[in-house]
Design a protein around this ligand. Structure first.
Ligand code: FE2
Length: 378
């Protein structure tokens, strides 16, 4: 038996952003927190457009969400916005912005007095039970990769403690997701490639996850086909809106796939790479994706269909394809190029076993295998 649930109301396609006008009118929200990062949205001109669309309501702009937000960032943003008493959050940005919106929604009934309080609430899951009604989130992604607009969890980092936390609750799905491919037109080649490879990882990890089922695999196969067919072309033609739309839909379908399975080994291994060496999330997951396809081959269901979607005959060909995409976007493919030393490999291996992720891989991963894998990409 297969089961599947995703409650996010989707608006997808060219000019989807304009649906904000009607949504603002019909929602009844009076005070909106507009959450975004510091740079890209302003540079693209979309911030002004979104502010105009939200104008009938009272809007507080918080545009200081950093990449990979940590507990200190969350504390600062909460301190700066609580007094506004918003009744919904409009999160416009990549996964970091949408995840911050989810964290704020989870913390709505809490008033932490310090960063340590934020850490304690997350570690003890004191934000649970998070029963409805939770502060609604309207997620508007400006990258095509994280899938955060259709998942119920958020990643919050803790650089001081060298930890990665997940805030998760079934009620943290965004209420609405507006996926307008035009918002990704200004992404750099690095961000275009890395976020699409993140999406490819979501699709593949959902496909082989212990929690997979035939509904999840339909979304995953569609996502894989779209990304593998169009990503190299898009890197050559970054202003092509049709190609942007293909990758945006690939990312969305990947998000819908892994929203019901969670991720597996590649994400688990990526966390110390991002936390300790600053490797971009999408790059970090892609560095082991092909190798894990090789490892997981004996457990793959409908292998022929998957390989056909990937455009490969043998699993190792995916390693070559990913390296070619990274090279095309001028992204380093070796751990040593990111400041990782030989001695660090054992530390990375020790930190790679995130509960709920590594044990969601269909084939057991042990330390010796992991050390061999890390050495192969060193
Ligand atoms: Fe991811």
């Amino acid at each position: 038996m297969a089961t599947y649930a995703n409650p996010v109301q989707l608006y997808f396609g060219t000019d989807a952003l304009s649906s904000l006008t009607e949504l603002v009118r019909s929602s009844g929200h009076q005070r909106l927190l507009l959450l975004t990062g510091a740079h890209s949205l302003k540079a693209s001109g979309y911030l002004a457009k979104i502010q105009a669309l939200l104008a009938p309501t009272d809007v507080l702009l918080q545009d200081q969400v950093p990449a990979n937000p940590d507990v200190a960032d969350l504390f600062c943003i909460k301190q700066a916005t609580d007094s506004f008493a918003y009744d919904a959050i409009v999160a416009v940005g990549g996964g970091s912005v949408i995840d911050t919106a989810k964290a704020l929604a989870a913390f709505k009934g809490h008033t932490p007095q310090s960063i340590a309080d934020v850490r304690a609430i997350i570690q003890s899951k004191a934000y649970l039970p998070l029963t409805a009604p939770v502060c609604p989130i309207w997620a508007i992604p400006t990258t095509a990769g994280t899938g955060s607009e259709v998942t119920p969890w958020a990643t919050i980092w803790d650089r001081e403690e060298s930890e990665k936390y997940s805030i998760a609750a079934a009620t943290l799905f965004p209420r609405i997701a507006i996926v307008d491919p035009a918002l990704t037109l200004n992404l750099s080649p690095t961000m275009t490639a890395s976020s699409a490879l993140d999406a490819l990882s979501h699709a593949l990890e959902a496909y082989w996850s212990k929690n997979t089922n035939e509904i999840v695999r339909l979304y995953a196969l569609k996502a894989i086909t779209l990304i593998v067919t169009h990503l190299a072309q898009l890197l050559d033609h970054p202003a092509d809106l049709t190609l942007r739309a293909h990758i945006a839909s690939g990312s969305l379908f990947a998000g819908l796939a892994f929203s019901n399975t969670k991720t597996t080994s590649c994400h688990s291994i990526s966390y110390p790479l991002t936390l300790q060496f600053g490797i971009n999330h999408g790059v970090a997951v892609s560095l082991t994706l092909g190798q894990m396809l090789v490892k997981n081959e004996p457990a793959l269901l409908q292998k022929e269909e998957l390989f056909s979607a990937l455009g490969i005959a043998q699993p190792a060909e995916l390693i070559t394809w990913i390296r070619a995409i990274l090279a095309q976007a001028k992204i380093a493919t070796r751990l040593s190029e990111y400041g990782v030393s030989q001695d660090d490999l054992a530390i990375i291996a020790a930190k790679s076993f995130t509960p709920g992720r590594m044990d969601n891989n269909p084939i057991d991963v042990d330390k010796p295998f992991l050390l061999e894998l890390l050495a192969s990409i060193f």
